[in-house]
Write a protein of this length. Structure first.
Length: 367
């Protein structure tokens, strides 16, 4: 059996629930979306919540609600999926990258202060691979300079720092329910906050700026970012299983840790004290000179054994055309550049079992 990087969980109950929604005739945004919002905010520990139709829309809406706009700057990491930085462009603002931490691969808070200018409006940390960024330090800086903090929690459903959940520690949290995430709704996203004004603004923004209480009363500008009840019912099923899914991811990661720690030149994921890593990805670092084989050789070997790891992400965003043309150069963010050349993510999702992990280990051992 092939071992892939991701495999969405779909059972009969999900299929039946989707059919029920279709048969009900209420197929656009309706009661299932509201139910998902209520249950997700409870899970996350935030007071308010708004569902949208993608993680990208969630980030875009969060930035809009926080008042980030044309001419503003937003400090973020270059080592993430491009949606993080693109969402900043969507509100007319400018992403200002800072380098990442060597061990966590998340935005390095110690690099943030020197990038703050009069135009800085917000910090947008990403909880990469399911490990939260250092929210305590980030919040402290934000408070000092009166900046908003928007968490990109697209990979971190139910990740924690000292029992506080991803999406509840900043001003606004943005989640993705894309098919491969820790919980999914095929496509979908959601915004969390303890600030009612932000969420009210987003509920209007996702619906062409109409008043959430009165149709054709255009109180603001907006988009069509509405989630459908068809997607919401998938999300509700997944939310019920989220802890079970995460527990399997964590168990799988532990097994990998035990197996892989014997290899010199292979660094397994670092988890700071008090953090709950939910392993959206299990990402190792290959130091070619010590390990003796390159990342590409290792991936080839795994592929030939029907195992398909992936690279998240092969390039730091400051080097892709969209942002490089903005004046960034090779060497600007040495850690992000180094790490993007060394990481690979091994299949860790809930459909992976102990013998799959043993198989991955044996292939690496043979090499
Ligand atoms: C998946 C992802 C997004 C975007 O979510 P979509 O639902 O695909 O739009 C944003 N940021 C990160 C870090 C992601 O992994």
């Amino acid at each position: 059996m092939s071992i892939y990087t991701a495999k969405p969980y779909i059972d009969d109950k999900i299929c039946n629930d989707v059919v029920s929604v279709l048969k009900s005739g209420m197929i656009a945004q309706g009661p299932k979306v509201r139910e998902l919002e209520e249950k997700f905010s409870k899970k996350c520990g935030t007071k308010y919540c708004a569902a949208v139709n993608s993680g990208t829309a969630a980030l875009h809406s969060a930035l809009y609600a926080a008042g980030v706009g044309s001419g503003d700057e937003v400090i973020t990491t270059p080592f993430t999926f491009v949606a993080t930085a693109n969402s900043i462009l969507m509100v007319g603002a400018k992403p200002v990258f800072v380098d990442i931490d060597k061990k966590t691969f998340n935005l390095n808070p110690d690099e943030v202060e020197k990038k703050i200018t009069d135009k800085t409006k917000a910090i947008l940390p990403v909880h990469l691979y399911g490990l939260m960024a250092d929210m305590e330090k980030i919040n402290k800086i934000a408070k000092k300079y009166n900046l908003k903090v928007i968490e990109d929690a697209a990979q971190a459903h139910s990740a924690e720092i000292d029992k506080k959940k991803a999406g509840s520690m900043g001003d606004i949290g943005a989640f993705s329910f894309y098919a491969t995430k820790n919980m999914m709704s095929a496509e979908g996203g959601l915004v969390t906050s303890n600030n009612q004004d932000y969420i009210e603004k987003i509920k209007s923004f996702r619906h062409h700026g109409q008043s959430p209480n009165k149709r054709y009363n255009y109180i603001d500008f907006g988009y069509n970012f509405r989630m459908t009840d068809i997607h919401a019912v998938i999300g509700l099923n997944q939310l019920e299983k989220l802890e079970e899914f995460n527990a399997i991811r964590i168990r799988n990661a532990k097994l990998y840790d035990e197996y892989l720690n014997e290899f010199e030149g292979v660094t397994t994921p670092y988890v700071p004290q008090g953090y709950r890593h939910v392993y959206h990805q299990y990402t190792i670092k290959i130091d070619y000179k010590v390990f003796g084989y390159s990342r590409a050789e290792l991936i080839n070997k795994l592929n030939s054994n029907d195992i398909y790891p992936a690279i998240f992400y092969p390039q730091s965003l400051h080097l892709i055309p969209t942002f490089k043309n903005d004046g960034y150069n090779d060497g600007d963010f040495p850690i992000a550049e180094e790490i993007s050349g060394k990481v690979m993510s091994l299949p860790v999702h809930p459909a992976i079992n102990e013998s799959d992990i043993e198989k991955v280990y044996k292939v690496i051992k043979k090499i």
